[in-house]
Design a protein around this ligand. Sequence first.
Ligand SMILES: Cc1ncc(COP(=O)(O)O)c(C=O)c1O
Length: 347
Amino acid sequence: MEVGSNYDLDISQLYYTEDNIYRYLANFNTIYTDSGRSALKLLNRLIPCGKILLPSYICESVIHSYDGFEIDFYQITGDLDIDVNDLMNKLDETVKVLYIMNYFGKVKKELSDILVERRKELGFVIIEDTTHSILTRACTIGDYCICSIRKWFPIADGGILYTKEDISMLKENICNRGGVFPSLDAMLLKHMYLKYHVDCNELYREMFYSVEKNFDKQNGIYFISEFSKKLLKCFSIGEIMCKRKENYLFLKEKLSNLGIAPICFEENMIPFTLPFYIKERDIFRNKLIENKIYCAVHWPITNVHLRKNEIALDISKKIISFPIDQRYNESHMQYIYDIVKKCCIYS
Ligand SMILES: Cc1ncc(COP(=O)(O)O)c(C=O)c1O
């Protein structure tokens, strides 16, 4: 058995469904891009330039999207909540944009009311990053939302900028890539490897790697590829929600026997992954890799400023995520648990 890492694509399982992401976001004005970064760069054409407040725990690619802005960071706690006092101290009339993130699917209502009040007083714009939380709630208080949708579905490329405002004028800034996106073949190869044992493991891994490198280097803003756009009509949001929740709850329950608890949990959330803290994370992660369980780290920190932030650095050193997405069922979750148990006993 093998669990985690990039999606493979099995076109034989696809069927058209009305219950797709387009319907889920039908109440918003949307622009589908190739990546979350393209959505952010596009939004930069609309938001006021000046001071932006980013959370102190965030992916590097988001920070880079604000090169040229005056960036300040507000503190995130070990529970991956906003440090309200720190944020309130930093939110003054110099702040033009506030960036918020709902980590791993958890959406906090209490703080929203305070922030909405503060926005009324000060007039800043709120960008809500829903990359982890889009299926818990499409939007809470963001004036604009962005999501790296390629992390939720087996599509080669995909990001969304969505809002209640009219954003159609932004479309003239976007290039068309055309039919397919480069990592589509890697996703097909991965499926051939997993299902038919074709000897192409190294090949598709290199392909995925080089596509991610190209995303890092890309300057232009692109629409989502036509193929991914069509694929998105074939994924049922309801089914994905159920599957993720089922997997998450099953694994959470099992892991509690080993004293492992997820960092973020709320009864009504649709989880992105199952994140938890573990000492000597990299040793643990390597043991899992030996057993073909590939866990993501959200996120390694290289940003000079954030490397001085003890809390962010500590989170980044200890955090690890189990995959619980719709590709998997109870047997995969049981496999993860069995291997983790073995690793804990022998560590
Ligand atoms: C929270 C978050 N937002 C946005 C992005 C950017 O998305 P993309 O990689 O599709 O450009 C990422 C990337 O990992 C992310 O983790």
